[in-house]
Design a binder for this molecule. Sequence first.
Ligand SMILES: N[C@H](CCC[C@H](N)C(=O)O)C(=O)O
Length: 276
Amino acid sequence: MRLRFTKMHGLGNDFVVFDAIHQDVKLSREQCRFLADRHFGVGCDQILLVERPTVADADFRYRIFNADGGEVEQCGNGARCFVRFVHDKGLTDKKQIRVETKAGIIVPRLEDDGQVTVDMGVPRFEPKEIPFLTDKRASTYLLSVGAKIVEVSVLSMGNPHAVQVVDQVETAPVAHDGPLIEHHPSFPNRVNAGFMEVVSRDHIRLRVWERGAGETLACGTGACAAVVAGITRGLLAHRVRVATRGGELTVRWAGDNHHVFMTGPAVTVFEGEIEL
Ligand SMILES: N[C@H](CCC[C@H](N)C(=O)O)C(=O)O
């Protein structure tokens, strides 16, 4: 089948986006891995499908597949690209849309300055979200990672995150410890591993080893998880600048059961067609 796609990115976290409303897009795990391959395919961190909603209170459904072909619950940078895509393609004229995901409804909004703000919902610490959690009151857990013990905050932004504080992100052992945490036996569904440097109460630097994709230049849900972890641990204010290798996001969270809001750019790079 010949499919039209759009190549997009949010701070260098890049995506192949398909309009699956006007095209019949059914991708196998192998086809996702081919599309994501930066030598033999198009190259991306995730593949995004734009579909009609299956629930009444949503405008669209949004499906996310990692470079390893696995379908996942949520993608923050992808949500910003999603709203730009449906707007630019004339699939909606709404500036704010309700998007059905595996993790529930998120609400991205196109801002007048071209940035996109996404209501990412409520961060969750519940055992059902993170199966191995026994004591949901604890905000950090000790993991044995290689020859050391690492203290991580564990939470869900719809997808699972384990966030640790490091002195300097640039020297953090992301490539070595990232995969060990991703595949740690404590996480039956694997996990995204965040490495956060606290610059000040309203500024962090962040690198993320993403589940199913490896280190990306930015991770939207990872930025939200890091800010929630930092606020929960008393290290951060309620509005934080998150510096990633691909650029800067702003994340806001008022604590408890308030929603997390993330603001950042969404860029279309090129249009293409591919025979699958
Ligand atoms: N790797 C993530 C999905 C993509 C998240 C990231 N690209 C973002 O912007 O939130 C996972 O397996 O949960």
